[in-house]
Design a protein around this ligand. Structure first.
Ligand code: AMP
Length: 114
């Protein structure tokens, strides 16, 4: 999608710090990390959010979750633990309307989810 920040990152029009990539997924470091490990996993296909998942390609959605697990291993937090978050819509403060999964780790997380 032409005006989408994350589509531009996927196409190399905006620089990013790549952690992992396959044919369906791209993963890169968040520009404003909230934890020692903070990686964004995004589908290469433009999907707006989890809210659009029912209409989205199942293989793409599965690839996103598999990539979260892969990133956790690459970042050495698979054993110690990590959190996967996907903000959806205004109340969740979604700021980029291209589906993304925050993979957070490297510290003890807060018990509160909100
Ligand atoms: P959300 O608020 O859940 O939509 O998350 C969007 C995330 O994208 C935020 O954590 C931002 O820090 C991150 N972000 C925005 N622009 C960039 C960028 N150019 N490179 C890496 N991360 C970015």
């Amino acid at each position: 999608m032409a005006d989408c920040l994350f589509c531009k990152i996927i196409h190399g029009e905006i620089p990013s710090n790549k952690v992992y990539e396959d044919d369906k997924v791209y993963a890169f470091r968040d520009i404003n990390p909230q934890a020692p490990v903070h990686v964004l996993v995004i589908p290469k296909e433009h999907i707006t959010s989890v809210g659009a998942a029912e209409e989205a390609d199942e293989a793409t959605l599965a690839a996103c979750l598999k990539a979260c697990a892969k990133v956790a291993k690459l970042e050495n937090v698979a054993e110690t633990g990590f959190r996967v978050v996907s903000n959806c819509g205004d109340d969740a403060c979604q700021s980029v309307h291209h589906l993304h999964f925050h993979v957070l780790g490297g510290k003890k997380m807060a018990e509160n989810m909100a």
